[in-house]
Design a protein around this ligand. Structure first.
Ligand code: C2E
Ligand code: CA
Ligand code: CA
Ligand code: CA
Length: 275
């Protein structure tokens, strides 16, 4: 038994070793990924809750790795945050998204995710102003998606940065709303343009009755505060049916379209309107 235990421990160590090496390799490779042109932006439509018309595309980053294939942001954004690469990646995302949106038909907007670490590390208002000017994009066509993580550590500074960003004329969304510890208190600290209800509530819609009550309550709360409300993660017609009458301003999810490399060909606008 003792031997077996030791064997299991050695095996565990070996696995840890491989994981660590993998992580280090990935980290090294990520350092060169922008220079080698391996990052890609995918776009997922966000549609008007009542008309079904496209209003915005959320830009979602992927890493097209020459050997490992398409790597999801969940696998490399945390790594980028831990190794201080997030500022460079975030700058690339912002610039690429603004360049793309400048060529889109009006009034489509582009929505860009900003991680808390990136928010703290870079002079975001200066970067945003520069990207808008470089591509001639009207500020109101850019939405920044922020999570409440930006308020942890230094909430006063975060509010000051957000206020500067709002002063530029860009729109600000509070993402993953309802999952954090004190989502409500952050609505009090800063006037966002919209909140995005976290998709975990939508995914549980069929299974427990409380989820619909929560989504409805958040929608009313948002509207009473003068905010737009987006619901994301809608996958099934059943979920859409349950959400339809709540008066959500925007909807997003695989039911409408998955994130894709282009904004045009990957989905059928007629089908969107018919949903
Ligand atoms: P998020 O900002 O909450 O983005 C929504 C995620 O849900 C995306 O995953 C999207 O593809 C996925 N999604 C959309 N509709 C559905 C649906 O109906 N069902 C399900 N199950 N999922 C859906 P993705 O693209 O893998 O991104 C994951 C997370 O990575 C994002 O979550 C965001 O936090 C982060 N991320 C993505 N792109 C960027 C970026 O450019 N910068 C930063 N800082 N973070 C990013
Ligand atoms: Ca987002
Ligand atoms: Ca989200
Ligand atoms: Ca998220």
């Amino acid at each position: 038994v003792k031997d077996e235990g030791r064997g299991a421990f050695r095996f565990f160590e070996a696995v840890m070793d491989v994981q660590l090496q993998n992580r280090r390799a990935l980290e090294q490779e990520l350092r060169g990924a922008i220079g080698r042109g391996e990052l890609r932006l995918f776009y997922q439509p966000i549609v008007n809750g009542s008309t079904g018309e496209i209003e915005t595309f959320e830009a979602l980053v992927r890493w097209q790795h020459p050997i490992r294939g398409l790597i999801s942001p969940a696998a490399f954004i945390p790594l980028a945050e831990q190794t201080d690469q997030i500022a460079r990646i975030g700058e690339w995302v912002l610039d690429t998204a603004c360049a793309a949106a400048a060529a889109w038909p009006l009034p489509w907007r582009v929505s860009v995710n900003v991680s808390p670490k990136q928010f703290r590390q870079s002079d975001l208002p200066a970067l945003v102003a520069a990207a808008l000017a470089r591509h001639g994009l009207t500020p109101s066509r850019l939405v920044l998606e922020i999570t409440e993580g930006v308020f942890i550590q230094d909430a006063d500074t975060a509010v000051a940065v957000l206020t500067d960003l709002r002063g530029l004329g860009v729109r600000l969304a509070l993402d993953d709303f309802g999952t954090g510890y004190s989502s409500l208190s952050y609505l009090q600290r800063f006037k966002f343009h919209k909140i995005k209800i976290d998709q975990s509530f939508v995914h549980r819609l069929g299974q427990d009755a409380d989820s619909l009550t929560i989504v409805r309550a958040i929608t009313h709360l948002g509207h009473n505060l003068g905010l737009q409300v987006t619901v994301e993660g809608i996958e099934t017609a059943e979920q859409l049916g349950m959400l339809r009458d709540l008066g959500c301003d925007q909807m997003q999810g695989y039911l409408f379209a998955r994130p894709a490399a282009t904004t045009a060909s990957e989905f059928d606008r007629a089908r969107l309107r018919s949903l």
